[in-house]
Structures are given as C-alpha cells and as structure tokens.
Design a protein around this ligand. Structure first.
Ligand code: NAP
Ligand code: F7E
Length: 363
C-alpha cells in the first residue's frame, strides 16, 4: 500500500524523524531528499568537497541556515573517510540512513576499478561498521543499501530476488560485495538493513554521461543546431528503464516495512538503446539515422546484454508500482533538454556560452 506523501512522519519520541542521505547531490539523492522533506523529516546530506559547487540538483530545496532553521542540512563527508562518517552519524542521530553514494558509472568502473571498489564495497563496509557501533550504543536505525540490477549481469531475464548474481564489471562486482556485507550485517548484528536491487532509473536530473540523458541532451542540442552528431556504443543492449522519482518511493517503503528484506524494483518492460534513440529523436521531429554514429570507444570490455526485472515481491509486500512508463519518461527528458538547449542558444547569441566539453573520457 502506498503511504500518502503529504503525511508527516513522527518518530516514537515525538520529534520529527531524521534521515541521513549519502549521495544527496546525485540524481536519486535529490529526489529522495524532496520526498522525505515532504513527509516531515529532518534531512541530513553528506556532500563531498569539490573545487566547484556540486549541489545543483538540491539548490531548489536548500535553505540558508543563517536565515532559517532548515530541515535540510549538509555535512562534508566522503565514503573513503570512516572517522568522518562516524562523527556525522553520532551528531545527526538518524532514524534512517540511505546509502546512495557511489562511483555509479559502469564504463568508468573499468577505467577506475580500484577507486570504484573502495567507494562502493569498502565504503559500504565503513558505513556499516559505524552503524553497528552506533546501534550498540543503544540507538535504533534503519538502513537502505543501494544495490543494482547490474549485479545480475549475465543472468537471463526476467531477473528477480532469486536470480543468481553474475556481475560483468568492476562496478557490479563491488555492488555484489556491498550487498553481501549488508546481508551479513543484518544476520550477524540484527541491523535493520534493506537492500534495494534497482533497475535503471532516469530523469531530467540524470547525469549526462548515462545513455538516456546523453541521448536526450543531444536531441535538444541537435534540434537547435548546437550539435550535429551523437556518438554511441552498442545500440543492441536492452534495459528496464523507469523514472527515478518513482524509485525513491520504493526506497522509503522498504524502510517502513515490518521486517528488513531485499527487493527488486523495476518496471518489467525492457527496450533497446536503439528504441530509446528512435523514440527520443522522433519526439523532436528528427531522423536519428542522420545524426547517430558508432564510436567504439563507448563499448565496454564486457557488456550486460539484457536486463528486465520482476518486481512482484515489491508490489505484493510494499504496494509499490511504477507510475511513469518508458515513453512518458523519454518525452519528459526530451522536453526538458529542449528547454535547456534553448537557454544555451540564448546565452550563445548574447556571447556568454563557451563551447561545451561533451565527454572527456568516453564514458
Ligand atoms: P549519481 O547521480 O551518480 O550520484 C552519486 C552520488 O554519490 C553523488 O551525490 C556523488 O557526489 C556521490 N559520491 C560519489 N563518490 C562519493 C564518495 N567517495 N563519497 C561520498 N559521496 C560520493 O547516482 P544515482 O543515479 O543517484 O544512484 C544512486 C545510487 O543508486 C548509487 O549507489 C548507484 O550506484 C545506485 N543505482 C543507481 C541506479 C540508476 O539507474 N540510477 C540503478 C541501480 C543502482 P557528487 O555529486 O559530488 O559526484
Ligand atoms: O548504459 C549502452 C551501454 O551507462 C546503458 C547506472 O545507473 O544503471 C546504470 O548503468 C546501456 C549500456 O547505464 C552508450 O553500453 C551505448 O548497455 O546508461 P548506462 P548502465 O551501464 O546500465 C545501473 C542499473 C546502475 O546501477 C548504474 O549505476 O547503454 N550505451 N552507448 C551507452 N552507455 C553510455 N553511458 N554511453 C554511450 O555512449
């Protein structure tokens, strides 16, 4: 059963619930922060230090603590820094922790395998160790761990909670390890940990080097004459693409359940990259064949051919189901990126916009 988004959640002590989100500046973190704020939570976000601002996705919900007593607060931290994580957990005293932070790009994980493993696998372990000690000091906390359909890798669809993990990238191997740590800490120390095994989910806030956003950004720019070609890798891979806003609801529902468990979250329908490209270009009135070219540098050493999830367990036990389908999602993203391209064109005409660096690393 879906719980109303308007209903504020009170903790047992009477104070509003506090949630800590690692990865709050990412796609999912930003949607989840909005959801939790709308439900009355105090939200704390872990932000890593960067030489430029990296908070664009949460700028709309940020409140200056000099002027307000905000319900959203940010803390500098990094999954590579165990001491800092412990300090933040103690200071924040969260009722719920959503661990979303990750080097989340599969192709980049082939280029940076050691870093990817450190942040995803060992980073999750650092957080679990901090939570274990926090709970031993008498506090109760529920933790969401961001697993991925990439863990299924080479196992044929439909993939469910029963499907074997056959990871095909350093990213996926690291996610399998994080999943394993989470299950072990649940069993060994009685921690409330839910593993979400989420299939691809996208939005206008998706990072621009993931294929959906790369395509919709290019469609907007090509339509307005700011770009002519779009270079891609395989067009044959199939993914089960849903909307990120729907998927963060599932994360929250997992932590409201009576028992901690693992859940596949998916739409149950898959499409090829080619179908994505056709639909996105057609929505802008463009012929994709005139603009799309293969660049083998975007191919992966080992590809995941076909992911399509069976989310029956989440539907039956959590009442979760996706609201936005593939076609609506692609239209939403193209429309957003057409508006972005219009802004870029206006700035260019006024002499303000420099040429765009599209992709430095062929991710
Ligand atoms: P995303 O947009 O790439 O966001 C990743 C977040 O992690 C960002 O806030 C990033 O900070 C932060 N981060 C990266 N390295 C960090 C570190 N060392 N310490 C602290 N924070 C760090 O990813 P997403 O799409 O929102 O995905 C959220 C989580 O779900 C990830 O764990 C991802 O692997 C997993 N997942 C995603 C999908 C999907 O389709 N989106 C599917 C399954 C699982 P910056 O903003 O500073 O870079
Ligand atoms: O690739 C193909 C690519 O990078 C999708 C992450 O959120 O979802 C995401 O991982 C497909 C692959 O996502 C290009 O080879 C073709 O078959 O958008 P993607 P992903 O690898 O599925 C999972 C569930 C996660 O957990 C991850 O964190 O598209 N593809 N040409 C391309 N992909 C990219 N990025 N760029 C191309 O030019």
């Amino acid at each position: 059963m879906f719980v109303s988004t308007e209903q504020p959640v009170a903790a047992t002590s009477g104070r509003a619930r506090a949630a800590l989100i690692t990865g709050i500046t990412g796609q999912d973190g930003s949607y989840l922060a909005e959801l939790l704020l709308s439900r009355g939570y105090h939200v704390h976000g872990l932000v890593r230090r960067s030489s430029t601002f990296n908070t664009e996705r949460i700028d709309a919900i940020y409140q200056d603590p000099h002027e307000h007593d905000p319900r959203l607060r940010l803390h500098y931290g990094d999954l590579s820094d165990a001491t800092g994580l412990r300090r933040i957990i103690t200071a924040v005293a969260p009722d719920e922790i959503y661990t979303l932070a990750a080097q989340s790009h599969v192709k980049v994980s082939f280029q940076q395998p050691e870093y990817t493993a450190d942040v995803i696998a060992t980073g999750t372990l650092r957080l679990l160790e901090a939570v274990r000690d926090y709970q031993e000091s008498g506090r109760r906390v529920r933790l969401y761990q961001a697993g991925s359909s990439e863990m299924f890798g080479g196992s044929p669809p439909p993939q469910s909670e029963q499907t074997r993990f056959t990871p095909r990238s350093p990213y996926a191997v690291a996610k399998v390890a994080a999943h394993g740590f989470a299950v072990n800490y649940r069993e060994a120390y009685g921690l409330f940990i839910a593993n979400g095994i989420l299939f691809n989910h996208e939005s206008p806030r998706r990072g621009e080097t993931f294929v959906t956003r790369k395509v919709t950004r290019a469609v907007g720019r090509i339509k307005l004459g700011l770009q002519d070609k779009l270079y891609l890798g395989t067009l044959d891979a199939r993914r089960d693409w849903g909307f990120a806003g729907d998927y963060v609801e599932a994360m929250w529902l997992m932590l409201q359940a009576g028992q901690p468990d693992d859940y596949v979250i998916a739409t149950g329908r898959s499409h090829s990259v080619r179908e994505l490209v056709e639909l996105a270009f057609a929505h802008a009135g463009l012929d994709w064949q005139e603009h799309v070219a293969l660049d083998p540098r975007y191919l992966r050493p080992t590809e995941v051919e076909h992911l399509c999830g069976d989310a029956s367990k989440a539907r039956e036990r959590l009442g979760w189901r996706p609201r936005i389908g593939f076609e609506e999602l692609v239209r939403m993203m193209v429309d957003h990126d057409l508006r972005l391209a219009e802004q870029e064109l206006t700035l260019r005409r006024a002499g303000y916009a420099p040429p765009r660096l599209l992709e430095p690393t062929h991710a």
